[in-house]
Design a protein around this ligand. Structure first.
Ligand code: MG
Length: 163
């Protein structure tokens, strides 16, 4: 495999009342949360997929089958940790990842650094390797109607110095 590898991850989850909203590894005060087998963190899940894609190691469903009862309610940060272990086992490390949340609300501007620290903490890398951004879709589609949130992440991996 080449020294530089890029991976793309995409995820979306339904928003529903009565569950906490976990986004980018942190809890955000909001009346609704993301429904999922785990905590539904779309940013973390898209990052997992981007990391796995970067080393051609399948996707989040390969590593965490959604019919596995042992994974019920698993923290997405734990999923990230496991996905990044696959990356490092294959001799790569994260150069940087660019994460984009898609939805009208909540606005995450003030919590972006905190998210970067939480995600980076799970990976064991510096927070400056992660950037967080958000966009709306001008009220178009399921994110525009507030039915759910989506995220896209692109991750650049490089061969680790020791590999
Ligand atoms: Mg997901």
């Amino acid at each position: 495999m080449s020294d530089l590898r890029v991976g793309l991850g995409v995820d979306a989850h339904v928003l529903a009342e009565g569950i906490p909203l976990v986004l980018g590894g942190i809890e955000i005060p909001y009346p609704r949360g993301l429904v999922g087998h785990s905590d539904g963190d779309v940013i973390a899940h898209a990052l997992v997929d981007a990391l796995l894609a970067g080393v051609d190691a399948g996707d989040i469903g390969t590593l965490f089958p959604s019919d596995d009862p042992a994974l019920e309610g698993i923290s997405s940060l734990e999923m990230l940790q496991k996905a990044y272990a696959v990356v490092t086992e294959r001799g790569y490390e994260l150069a940087n990842a660019s994460c984009v949340l898609i939805g009208e609300e909540p606005r995450i501007g003030e919590r972006r650094d905190e998210m970067a620290r939480a995600l980076a903490g799970a990976l064991g890398v510096d927070a400056d390797r992660l950037s967080l951004a958000a966009t709306t879709t001008d009220r178009l589609g399921f994110t525009g109607r507030g039915e759910g949130l989506a995220a896209q992440v692109v991750a650049l991996l490089r061969r680790a110095p020791s590999a």
